[in-house]
Design a protein around this ligand. Structure first.
Ligand code: NAD
Length: 496
């Protein structure tokens, strides 16, 4: 077991790759431009990263298209693609420590989470889709005796994935797995705030046997690399995870270019509803704290609105506040740390701005509200809980993406559902009750892609992940994800 001193030692010895990966090789940006990759742990520059733009996008798309046309991946026997992707997943696990360290240095999450969650979960995801490759069958339509109508799935072509920084490798893996399993060529644009693991795994993908041009990585900014990818006339599909604001731009880019398929996994402001008949308030409160404080609250599915029925409000809040106070931010490289750094100074300002807005609008600050560990040079915020929040307040309506909980008191289950559904988002929701009928009725009434009953953030690769309303379109994970990366074809054969 490494101590925090070991991790710091390893971090000092690291010189992360910062170049793009195009057509099987690491290359600098055509323009030669780079940007500083800054660690939110202490403000140190940890790498120079290629700042790619339209010229690099062109090279990557050309390579991806060429590989697709050649059939070097799409036309390989399914069991061969399965073998290669399983090897890729194994290589991720073999490099678990290195990848976890990169993830933690780059975006500030605790090293224990990177080791236990991010890297193994990414590997499991890719292995799961690899296993699916030779187990999915196409269909024959029931058209009658004199005709044969085949319904087959084909890879869509060149898929570009544009992903955020909160779970850099996991969000990428949710797209890499099904897109490559379906036989596409793939271009990954990681967030400029967390590009390092994406760049590193490109070499592992090549080592596993993924042919040149099939897996490319373009680090860079949204308004340059991201926009050029989304506007490119030869990209067939954009698989996007990020904010609702940028998601809407993706739809515009598609309309202005080639009507490429656009799949959106966007923001959330998820209601976590605890009713007075909840069977176990200790468990519910512990889950409520973890639903907002895990990953520093930088979670699309964070339970950022705690909606509590009045009779149990004070008891629940007391327990949640106690949990928050036990979770002070620590050095992310210390294996004992449970709450790490906020991804960068911009996000830190955003979070602090929301905390100010909560105070200004008259919500009651029960705990937290301050920056922490200022001496470190990094970006840290105390876990923060507001009570007395009205549904119309900014902190109740907008996604904060930080460790800030807005607690809203309601009088009954109907009001809880009304308040729960009152935002533009519809990603996740939870209900805590011992009444099975009420749980089912509320699960039906909540306009969310995922509803948890007596739990929060239950997770398995077999289950779809995604949202209603302005939380997005389509679903990551599960076999449903193949819908995003395949086209349906019908082939009629006259047998008369
Ligand atoms: P963001 O929208 O700022 O950026 C996401 C990606 O889009 C980045 O790679 C960025 O470089 C790129 N981008 C930004 N502007 C662009 C532009 N004009 N053109 C093309 N690309 C552009 O989001 P973020 O701050 O990185 O991530 C946080 C958001 O992601 C939150 O809203 C969160 O809820 C959401 N998220 C959703 C899910 C989900 O599954 N629904 C999962 C994780 C995160």
């Amino acid at each position: 077991m490494n101590t925090y001193l070991d991790w710091h030692e390893r971090a000092r010895g690291l010189s992360p790759e910062g170049r793009a990966f195009i057509d099987g090789n690491y290359v600098g940006a055509v323009s030669g431009a780079t940007f500083d990759c800054v660690s939110p742990i202490d403000g140190r520059v940890i790498a120079q990263v290629a700042s790619t733009d339209a010229a690099d996008v062109d090279l990557a798309v050309t390579a991806a298209r060429r590989a697709f046309e050649r059939g070097s991946w799409a036309r390989q026997p399914p069991r061969e693609r399965k073998r290669v992707l399983l090897r890729f997943a194994e290589l991720l696990l073999e490099h678990r420590d290195e990848l976890a360290l990169l993830e933690t240095l780059d975006m500030g999450k605790p090293i224990s989470d990177s080791l236990a969650v991010d890297i193994p979960s990414s590997a499991r995801c890719i292995a799961w889709y690899a296993e699916a490759i030779d187990k999915i069958y196409d269909q024959v339509a029931p058209t009658g005796y004199d005709a044969l109508a085949l319904i087959t799935r084909e890879p869509i072509g060149v898929v570009a994935a544009i992903v955020p920084w909160n779970f850099p490798l996991i969000m990428a893996a949710w797209k890499i797995g099904p897109a490559l399993a379906a036989g596409n060529s793939f271009i990954l644009k990681p967030s400029e705030k967390s590009p390092l693991t994406a760049i590193r795994v490109a070499e592992l993908a090549a080592r596993a046997g993924i042919p040149d041009g099939v897996f490319n990585v373009l680090p860079g900014f949204g308004h340059t690399a991201g926009q050029a990818l989304a506007l490119h006339m030869d990209v067939d599909c954009i698989a996007f995870t990020g904010s609702t604001r940028t998601g809407k731009l993706m739809l515009e880019y598609s309309g202005r270019s080639n009507m490429k398929r656009v799949w959106l996994e966007c923001g959330g402001k998820s209601p976590n509803i605890i009713l007075a008949d909840c069977a176990d308030l200790d468990r519910a409160a512990a889950a409520a704290a973890s639903a907002i404080f895990f990953n520093q609250g930088e979670m699309c599915s964070a339970g950022s609105r705690l909606i509590v029925e009045a009779p149990v409000r004070d008891e629940v809040l007391e327990k949640v506040v106690a949990a928050a106070r036990s979770l002070l931010p620590g050095d992310p490289l210390d294996p004992a740390t449970r709450l790490g750094a906020i991804v960068d100074a911009v996000q830190l300002d955003t979070v602090m701005g929301y905390i100010d807005a909560g105070k200004d609008e008259g919500a009651r600050l029960l705990t937290g509200g301050n920056r922490a560990r200022r001496d470190s040079g990094g970006c840290y915020v105390e876990p923060t809980v507001f009570s007395g929040v009205a549904p119309g307040m900014k902190i109740a309506r907008e996604e904060i993406f930080g460790p800030v909980l807005a607690a809203i008191s309601v009088n009954d289950a109907d009001e809880a559902v009304r308040v729960g559904n009152s935002v533009i988002y519809g990603l996740a929701a939870a209900v805590w009750t011992r009444d099975l009928t009420r749980a089912h009725r509320m699960a039906r009434a909540l306009r969310s892609g995922m509803v948890y009953v007596n739990c929060y953030d239950a997770d398995d690769i077999t289950v779809p992940f995604g949202g209603f309303k302005q939380s997005g379109t389509g679903r990551d994970k599960s076999l449903h994800a193949f819908d995003k990366y395949t086209e349906l074809k019908t082939t009629w054969i006259d047998l008369s």
